[in-house]
Design a protein around this ligand. Structure first.
Ligand code: ARG
Length: 587
């Protein structure tokens, strides 16, 4: 199935071509003024401006050609040369019928035979996850689903922070507490125990303690630095200990992400590209890109057109240590070698924008990026009611588990208040509460333009009215229940018909899914999908309020309306799935 706006664009493109103009002027999109028309084409206006002819006269010529096409019920010129278009109800119904049989629902095919990597999540081993990591996971996961639906081969990589100073802080803390002497015994030649000397719970105590001690005491910090350097130069006992930290953390992180319904294809981290650094640096030196500056080895990345200061990317500090930018550059080398991607997208806090600009420039100018386009899709902060990054009541970092527990509690309360599922088995009630809680969290996050900061307001997020995840889940479940009843009564479904304004509006919304997917991809912004799915649910509710369905006595009409219910449900669940939101079977 071709997306409707694409099909209409092709028709208009032919009309422009027939007038000897570029087909590119034929772009047709859903109208900005749905009260005036269903679709609009502004190409005649633009084309006439460019060729200094009369826009209205050109629009009339194009309009005459379009009028010859029977899909249009109305072709009208508005203002100085914009073309407004309406389809016939028969044409709309026919396309709804095609959509009902197409699993892809007309999704754009922007990614056909293209590969991309999405770098998202980005938690750090041993350090607690914070709300920035949560946002990255939620937004990144939605973008992964969207790009996949649009035909891309997508590889999602969590890119763990597992190679920085926090590892040395931990190692030195374990040493000071004599928790696992064997790893520090230089006479010991291995093999080291398979069992980790620390648990996840230990790490949660050790890291904050080490980090506080290093802040308070320069000598303690020096120990951590030294341990980091020794780890990075491959001291066997430290490597073995690091491996334990990694494995223990990875297990914990996987559980936390799973409870959020977020998965990654790769659990790579900074450490795994460490072996690529020396050859990369040697190559960059040999090709003259890496140069000495104040004792450090750097790549200059400023450009003459820069308005702001653009510091060089530091590859190696004067003590030879690699930095965050170095591992990011080596990770690009790794991804290009392994996957040869067309595109690498980083879903990371906007405050790291400068860092990525440096890394991208360095990768492009040195050719390390291969054919890959590099882009940073940043996001703002989830704040508490005080306007500062969201924390626990005690002022600590909010753990994902606790956050999910909190949203589930709130959802459970709401469901009880609304009397939803009171007679369901306890397991099912719990499952519904969890799904509703997560939907509340994800939808609230994704419905904002990603760069905008927003305030965490659980009370508002979990409401069953308004623009919320739970409202949309409930809308889907309601349709599901209509269809279940229809099945119980043996009522058949047929292709949707378009006979009333509400049916027309609903079918138009359904057929606009590909437009929403296209905008969301273009802007790397799931909020377009949130907007879309909310409008779809509203269009359904107007249809439902105005029409009999189960009580309709005309059996053809009833079957067509049930068919429209089914198609709405399919589009609703598909769009929610793109947002990472699951719909319970019943509520
Ligand atoms: N670990 C980093 C942090 O916590 C985020 C990593 C983002 N991805 C990347 N390729 N740098 O800030």
């Amino acid at each position: 199935m071709t997306a409707l706006s694409r099909e209409l664009t092709a028709i208009a493109a032919d009309a422009f071509a027939a007038e000897g103009l570029s087909a590119a002027f034929g772009v047709v999109k859903p109208s900005d003024r749905p009260d005036l028309a269903q679709f609009q084409c502004n190409g005649a206006f633009t084309a006439a401006k460019l060729s200094r002819t009369n826009p209205r006269a050109l629009a009339e010529k194009i309009a005459r050609r379009l009028q010859a096409n029977p899909v249009f019920a109305k072709v009208e010129i508005a203002g100085p040369g914009f073309i407004n278009l309406d389809l016939t109800d028969a044409a709309l119904a026919e396309r709804a019928g095609v959509a009902a049989k197409d699993d892809r629902l007309g999704a754009p095919e922007t990614g056909t035979s293209k590969t991309m990597v999405i770098d998202y999540g980005g938690p750090n081993v041993a350090k607690p996850m914070h709300v920035g990591h949560l946002r990255s996971a939620i937004i990144g996961d939605s973008l992964k689903r969207l790009f996949r639906a649009n035909g891309w081969k997508v590889v999602g990589d969590v890119h763990l922070g597992d190679w920085g100073l926090q590892m040395g802080q931990l190692i030195s803390e374990v040493a000071l507490r004599s928790m696992a002497p064997i790893y520090f015994d230089e006479a010991f030649t291995g093999p080291y125990p398979d069992e980790s000397p620390v648990t996840m719970d230990d790490l949660e105590v050790l890291y904050p303690a080490a980090s506080a001690a290093c802040k308070a005491d320069p000598a303690r910090l020096e120990l951590a630095r030294k341990a980091t350097a020794e780890l990075q130069s491959g001291r066997p006992g430290y490597m073995a200990l690091w491996k334990h930290f990694f494995t223990v953390s990875e297990k914990g992180l996987k559980r936390e992400y799973a409870s959020l319904g977020v998965e990654f294809d790769l659990w790579n981290g900074e450490a795994c590209v460490d072996p690529l650094i020396p050859p990369m640096v040697a190559d960059l030196k040999a090709r003259g890109f890496a140069v000495e500056s104040e004792g450090a080895l750097v790549i200059q990345v400023s450009e003459p057109s820069d308005k702001k200061d653009m510091p060089p990317l530091i590859l190696l500090k004067s003590d030879g240590a690699a930095l965050y930018g170095t591992t990011d550059l080596a990770t690009i080398v790794d991804r290009v070698t392994a996957l040869d991607p067309d595109f690498i997208l980083y879903v990371v806090d906007q405050r790291q924008h400068g860092h990525f600009e440096q890394v991208f420039r360095a990768a492009r100018k040195t050719g390390l990026a291969g054919k890959a386009e590099l882009e940073h899709a940043g996001f703002g902060t989830m704040n508490g009611p005080d306007g500062k990054p969201f924390k626990t009541r005690a002022g600590g970092v909010m753990k994902l588990f606790d956050l999910i527990a909190m949203t589930t509690d709130e959802a459970r309360k709401r469901l009880a208040e609304a009397g939803i599922g009171a007679d369901y088995p306890p397991d099912e009630q719990e499952d519904i509460a969890r799904k509703v809680g997560i939907a509340a969290l994800k939808f609230a996050d994704l419905s904002n333009w990603r760069l905008t900061d927003y305030i965490f307001d659980l009370d508002r997020f979990t409401k069953f009215e308004g623009k919320t995840g739970p409202y949309l889940q409930y809308a889907a479940v309601r349709i599901r229940s209509i269809l279940r009843k229809a099945e119980e009564q043996g009522f058949p479904l047929a292709a949707p018909a378009v006979r009333s304004p509400e049916e027309r509006a609903l079918v138009l919304k359904i057929l606009a899914l590909p437009d929403a997917m296209e905008s969301a991809e273009e802007k790397r912004a799931p909020n377009f999908l949130c907007e879309y799915v909310f409008e779809l649910a509203q269009a359904f509710s107007r249809f439902y309020a105005e029409h009999h369905i189960m009580s309709e006595t005309d059996t053809d009409l009833r079957a067509a309306r049930l068919g429209l219910c089914q198609l709405t449900l399919d589009v609703l669940t598909k769009t929610l799935d793109l947002l990472g939101i699951e719909v319970p079977q019943r509520m």
